[in-house]
Design a protein around this ligand. Structure first.
Ligand code: ATP
Ligand code: MG
Length: 396
């Protein structure tokens, strides 16, 4: 029997005005993800049907689990819209199902069908009871709901829903720049931002020769892992060595991190303007380290008016780790290569910096704006498909 994947739009349908755009974007994302597979997509206002060949079912379903905007889906059996065909199809699908209690839900959009939904439910109910042992009807709390949806040409029979990734279709919110270090938190932040429909580009601050080629490779691997949930992610590499060395040379050690992060935010702001991105996204989590206390966030955030989205701000480290494992970035993130922040970390970074003191410390760096301008001008896009090693060698 032919099967289709039936997607109900769920959360999308609450956004009435935007519905067409949502559905169009979701369709485009599904088509891109499943490019080259023998599928066809049929859709109406409330549902989408993906027709596929049986041999690719597992691959298609695995892909569906990587697409934002799908809250739940069913695998629906397709049959002809006449009573006898529906009964026969119901009997044959029953054998694959495991349940003790059930309820029938009939939806009849084909109003020329000779019986109403209310009349049909008990008819199908008795077919089920006759053809499966040790089961009974429970309309309040059934193990399974058997959905029978009678449309003009075809009828769809389907059982409980499978959970999708949820969120909004990627791309409906415009662009954001993700500060992607090699750590655990920032890939998770990127994933959660994409889940809200944001198209991300990644920015990696690199301090060659203090940081290694492996650290960059790690970021590239993380990007590839995140790309499963989107189309492609551009990687901007910021040559951060000069500004970091200047900070280190001139600023009191306990203020080094505060000021380094202000410089990062300044660069991010400029990159957002250049790339027409609306927000900065990062993996800061309240209280996790000295630079992420509320006082630090206040002082650091002070250099930009661009919204900074911190998707993991209120999660515990263990919750973040859990998510990192689920999206398969954890194993890469815990590889031991140091990035620019860890290389320059002082023994006692200030936990509660003040704006006044920070400005005094910052003023000790001669011409930092010039260095920032130069850094921004030298920021480049690395095609992650290219051999990262080659372009890294050019910088040494
Ligand atoms: P993560 O937070 O990703 O586990 P981390 O703990 O090493 O890495 P923090 O020092 O906590 O990073 O920095 C907080 C956030 O700042 C990171 O989550 C990331 O968004 C950003 N960030 C830090 N270092 C870099 C870098 N080298 N390049 C890009 N972004 C960075
Ligand atoms: Mg962190």
């Amino acid at each position: 029997m032919e099967k289709v994947i039936l997607i109900k739009y769920g959360e999308l349908t609450t956004k009435k005005g935007n519905r067409n755009f949502f559905v169009k974007t979701l369709t485009k994302n599904i088509e891109t993800k499943l490019k080259g597979f023998p599928i066809t997509i049929e859709k109406d206002n409330s549902r989408m049907y993906i027709h596929y060949e049986d041999s690719v079912e597992t691959t298609i379903i695995n892909s569906i689990h990587q697409i934002f905007g799908i809250h739940s889906y069913h695998i629906a059996y397709v049959t002809k819209s006449d009573l006898e065909s529906i009964k026969q199809a119901l009997i044959s699908t029953l054998q694959e199902q495991n349940f003790s209690t059930f309820k029938i839900e009939v939806k009849r959009s084909n109003k020329s069908f000779p019986k109403t939904s209310i009349e049909l439910a008990p008819i199908f109910g008795s077919v089920v009871l006759k053809n499966k042992n040790n089961i009974k009807v429970d309309v309040n709390n059934p193990d399974t709901i058997i959905h029978i949806e009678i449309r003009k040409e075809h009828t769809y029979i389907y059982y409980n829903a499978y959970k999708g990734l949820g969120g909004y279709p990627m791309g409906i919110q415009g662009k954001g720049l993700l500060m992607l270090s090699g750590g655990i938190d920032s890939p998770v932040a990127g994933f959660l931002a994409m889940k809200r429909g944001i198209k991300i580009e990644a920015v990696y601050f690199e301090a060659i020769p203090h940081t290694s080629l492996e650290a960059r490779e790690k970021v590239i691997t993380l990007i590839k892992k995140l790309e499963k949930y989107t189309t492609d992610i551009k990687l901007h590499i910021v040559p951060f060595t000069k500004i970091q060395e200047e900070i280190y040379k001139n600023v009191s050690p306990n203020y080094v991190i505060t000021i380094m992060r202000r410089m990062m935010y300044r660069i991010m702001t400029s990159l957002c303007q250049k790339q027409k991105a609306k927000v900065i996204i990062n993996g800061e989590s309240i209280g996790q380290v000295a630079s992420q206390t509320l006082n630090s966030m206040y002082v650091i955030n002070n250099v930009t008016t661009i919204p900074v989205i911190r998707p993991v701000a209120c999660l515990d480290k263990l919750e973040i780790i859990d998510l990192a494992k689920k999206i398969d970035t954890y194993e890469t993130s815990i590889l031991p290569y140091e990035d620019c922040c860890t290389v320059f970390v002082p023994k006692h970074p200030i936990i509660n910096p003040t704006l006044e003191e920070t400005l005094k410390e910052e003023a000790k760096i001669p011409n930092y704006q010039e260095i920032l301008d130069e850094t921004i001008a030298n920021t480049f896009v690395l095609k992650t498909k290219e051999n990262a090693k080659d372009s890294y060698q050019d910088l040494l």
